[in-house]
Design a binder for this molecule. Sequence first.
Ligand code: SAM
Length: 168
Amino acid sequence: MSVTDKIHFRMMSLIHEDLYRVFRDPYQVLDAAGLKPGQDVLEVGCGPGFFTVPAAQIVGEEGSVYALDINPLALERVRQKIGKSGVANVTTILGDAAQTGLPDQSFDLVFVFGLGHAIGDVDGIMAELHRVLEPAGILSVEGRLRPPNQLFHPLGRQGRIVQYRKVA
Ligand SMILES: C[S@@+](CC[C@H](N)C(=O)[O-])C[C@H]1O[C@@H](n2cnc3c(N)ncnc32)[C@H](O)[C@@H]1O
Protein backbone atom coordinates (compact mmCIF):
# COMPACT_ATOMS: atom_id res chain seq x y z
CA MET A 1 0.00 0.00 0.00
CA SER A 2 1.60 3.25 -1.15
CA VAL A 3 1.59 6.54 0.78
CA THR A 4 -0.64 7.99 -1.97
CA ASP A 5 -3.19 5.20 -1.43
CA LYS A 6 -3.18 5.90 2.31
CA ILE A 7 -3.69 9.64 1.80
CA HIS A 8 -6.47 8.97 -0.70
CA PHE A 9 -8.23 6.66 1.76
CA ARG A 10 -7.87 9.21 4.57
CA MET A 11 -9.41 11.93 2.37
CA MET A 12 -12.28 9.66 1.32
CA SER A 13 -12.90 8.79 4.99
CA LEU A 14 -12.97 12.48 5.91
CA ILE A 15 -15.78 12.99 3.41
CA HIS A 16 -17.69 9.72 3.86
CA GLU A 17 -17.48 9.58 7.66
CA ASP A 18 -16.71 12.93 9.24
CA LEU A 19 -18.41 15.29 6.77
CA TYR A 20 -21.46 13.22 5.72
CA ARG A 21 -22.18 12.42 9.38
CA VAL A 22 -23.15 16.10 9.81
CA PHE A 23 -26.14 15.83 7.45
CA ARG A 24 -26.77 12.07 6.89
CA ASP A 25 -28.36 9.76 9.43
CA PRO A 26 -27.24 6.25 8.39
CA TYR A 27 -30.38 4.65 9.91
CA GLN A 28 -32.66 6.90 7.83
CA VAL A 29 -30.68 6.23 4.66
CA LEU A 30 -30.78 2.46 5.27
CA ASP A 31 -34.52 2.66 5.94
CA ALA A 32 -34.93 4.40 2.57
CA ALA A 33 -32.84 1.59 1.05
CA GLY A 34 -35.36 -0.96 2.35
CA LEU A 35 -33.34 -2.78 5.02
CA LYS A 36 -35.49 -4.92 7.33
CA PRO A 37 -34.85 -7.16 10.35
CA GLY A 38 -33.82 -10.69 9.43
CA GLN A 39 -32.49 -9.87 5.96
CA ASP A 40 -29.23 -11.12 4.50
CA VAL A 41 -27.60 -8.04 3.00
CA LEU A 42 -24.55 -7.30 0.87
CA GLU A 43 -22.91 -3.87 1.19
CA VAL A 44 -20.85 -3.10 -1.90
CA GLY A 45 -17.97 -0.64 -1.51
CA CYS A 46 -18.41 -0.30 2.25
CA GLY A 47 -15.45 2.13 2.49
CA PRO A 48 -14.69 3.09 6.11
CA GLY A 49 -18.02 1.57 7.19
CA PHE A 50 -20.27 4.55 7.88
CA PHE A 51 -23.26 2.26 7.12
CA THR A 52 -21.95 -1.17 8.13
CA VAL A 53 -22.65 -1.30 11.88
CA PRO A 54 -26.03 0.50 11.54
CA ALA A 55 -26.97 -2.04 8.83
CA ALA A 56 -25.97 -4.91 11.14
CA GLN A 57 -28.10 -3.44 13.93
CA ILE A 58 -31.12 -3.06 11.63
CA VAL A 59 -31.03 -6.62 10.24
CA GLY A 60 -30.36 -7.92 13.76
CA GLU A 61 -29.17 -11.33 14.96
CA GLU A 62 -31.46 -13.19 12.56
CA GLY A 63 -29.92 -11.37 9.61
CA SER A 64 -26.42 -10.78 8.28
CA VAL A 65 -24.33 -8.12 6.56
CA TYR A 66 -21.51 -8.92 4.14
CA ALA A 67 -19.37 -5.79 3.79
CA LEU A 68 -17.23 -5.86 0.65
CA ASP A 69 -14.52 -3.50 -0.51
CA ILE A 70 -11.57 -3.70 -2.85
CA ASN A 71 -9.41 -1.58 -0.52
CA PRO A 72 -7.75 -3.36 2.44
CA LEU A 73 -7.58 -0.07 4.42
CA ALA A 74 -11.37 0.17 4.27
CA LEU A 75 -11.81 -3.33 5.67
CA GLU A 76 -9.26 -2.68 8.40
CA ARG A 77 -11.32 0.33 9.51
CA VAL A 78 -14.60 -1.60 9.28
CA ARG A 79 -13.17 -4.42 11.42
CA GLN A 80 -12.17 -1.88 14.09
CA LYS A 81 -15.73 -0.56 14.12
CA ILE A 82 -17.19 -4.06 14.34
CA GLY A 83 -14.89 -4.84 17.27
CA LYS A 84 -15.92 -1.68 19.14
CA SER A 85 -19.64 -2.07 18.47
CA GLY A 86 -19.83 -5.76 19.41
CA VAL A 87 -22.09 -6.71 16.47
CA ALA A 88 -21.61 -10.38 15.55
CA ASN A 89 -23.42 -10.60 12.22
CA VAL A 90 -20.96 -8.86 9.86
CA THR A 91 -18.59 -10.64 7.49
CA THR A 92 -15.95 -8.54 5.75
CA ILE A 93 -14.82 -9.44 2.25
CA LEU A 94 -11.77 -8.04 0.50
CA GLY A 95 -12.45 -8.20 -3.21
CA ASP A 96 -13.82 -6.82 -6.45
CA ALA A 97 -17.60 -6.36 -6.61
CA ALA A 98 -17.47 -7.77 -10.15
CA GLN A 99 -16.19 -11.11 -8.79
CA THR A 100 -17.43 -11.61 -5.24
CA GLY A 101 -17.14 -15.40 -5.13
CA LEU A 102 -20.41 -15.43 -3.15
CA PRO A 103 -23.10 -18.05 -3.85
CA ASP A 104 -25.93 -17.48 -6.35
CA GLN A 105 -29.16 -15.96 -5.01
CA SER A 106 -27.85 -15.57 -1.47
CA PHE A 107 -29.01 -12.03 -0.56
CA ASP A 108 -32.37 -10.39 0.07
CA LEU A 109 -30.91 -6.95 -0.56
CA VAL A 110 -27.74 -5.39 -1.93
CA PHE A 111 -26.91 -1.76 -1.31
CA VAL A 112 -24.38 0.33 -3.17
CA PHE A 113 -23.81 3.79 -1.76
CA GLY A 114 -21.31 6.38 -2.91
CA LEU A 115 -19.84 4.24 -5.68
CA GLY A 116 -19.61 7.13 -8.12
CA HIS A 117 -16.23 5.97 -9.36
CA ALA A 118 -16.21 2.20 -9.24
CA ILE A 119 -12.84 0.61 -9.79
CA GLY A 120 -13.07 -1.67 -12.82
CA ASP A 121 -15.99 -3.01 -14.77
CA VAL A 122 -19.38 -1.47 -13.83
CA ASP A 123 -21.29 -3.80 -16.21
CA GLY A 124 -19.53 -6.74 -14.58
CA ILE A 125 -20.48 -5.43 -11.11
CA MET A 126 -24.16 -5.15 -12.11
CA ALA A 127 -24.19 -8.68 -13.55
CA GLU A 128 -22.58 -9.99 -10.36
CA LEU A 129 -25.08 -8.21 -8.08
CA HIS A 130 -27.91 -9.65 -10.18
CA ARG A 131 -26.41 -13.13 -9.74
CA VAL A 132 -26.09 -12.96 -5.94
CA LEU A 133 -29.57 -11.51 -5.34
CA GLU A 134 -32.52 -13.76 -4.61
CA PRO A 135 -35.20 -13.84 -7.35
CA ALA A 136 -37.28 -11.10 -5.66
CA GLY A 137 -34.19 -9.33 -4.32
CA ILE A 138 -33.75 -5.58 -4.02
CA LEU A 139 -30.82 -3.49 -5.22
CA SER A 140 -30.61 -0.07 -3.53
CA VAL A 141 -28.36 2.51 -5.09
CA GLU A 142 -27.29 5.94 -3.94
CA GLY A 143 -25.78 8.37 -6.37
CA ARG A 144 -25.28 8.36 -10.09
CA LEU A 145 -25.00 4.63 -10.73
CA ARG A 146 -27.79 3.42 -13.06
CA PRO A 147 -28.25 -0.36 -13.31
CA PRO A 148 -29.25 -1.68 -16.76
CA ASN A 149 -33.01 -2.19 -17.39
CA GLN A 150 -32.57 -5.77 -18.51
CA LEU A 151 -31.22 -6.67 -15.03
CA PHE A 152 -33.04 -4.32 -12.60
CA HIS A 153 -36.47 -2.71 -12.69
CA PRO A 154 -36.86 0.62 -10.83
CA LEU A 155 -39.31 0.49 -7.89
CA GLY A 156 -39.08 3.98 -6.45
CA ARG A 157 -36.92 6.74 -5.08
CA GLN A 158 -36.57 8.26 -1.61
CA GLY A 159 -34.20 11.21 -1.62
CA ARG A 160 -30.93 10.03 -3.16
CA ILE A 161 -31.77 6.33 -2.81
CA VAL A 162 -33.31 4.42 -5.70
CA GLN A 163 -34.63 0.90 -5.12
CA TYR A 164 -34.64 -1.65 -7.96
CA ARG A 165 -36.19 -5.13 -8.17
CA LYS A 166 -34.13 -7.88 -9.74
CA VAL A 167 -35.47 -8.87 -13.19
CA ALA A 168 -35.81 -12.68 -13.26
C1 SAM B 1 -16.56 6.69 -1.88
S1 SAM B 1 -16.44 5.16 -1.03
C2 SAM B 1 -18.10 4.96 -0.37
C3 SAM B 1 -18.10 4.33 0.99
C4 SAM B 1 -19.49 4.04 1.57
N1 SAM B 1 -20.28 3.18 0.70
C5 SAM B 1 -20.26 5.32 1.85
O1 SAM B 1 -21.17 5.67 1.09
O2 SAM B 1 -19.93 5.98 2.83
C6 SAM B 1 -16.43 3.97 -2.36
C7 SAM B 1 -15.80 2.66 -1.96
O3 SAM B 1 -16.02 1.72 -3.01
C8 SAM B 1 -14.87 0.91 -3.12
N2 SAM B 1 -14.84 0.31 -4.48
C9 SAM B 1 -14.65 0.95 -5.66
N3 SAM B 1 -14.70 0.05 -6.67
C10 SAM B 1 -14.90 -1.17 -6.12
C11 SAM B 1 -15.02 -2.48 -6.65
N4 SAM B 1 -14.92 -2.72 -7.96
N5 SAM B 1 -15.23 -3.50 -5.80
C12 SAM B 1 -15.33 -3.28 -4.46
N6 SAM B 1 -15.22 -2.06 -3.89
C13 SAM B 1 -15.01 -1.01 -4.71
C14 SAM B 1 -13.71 1.86 -2.85
O4 SAM B 1 -12.55 1.16 -2.42
C15 SAM B 1 -14.31 2.75 -1.74
O5 SAM B 1 -13.98 2.26 -0.45
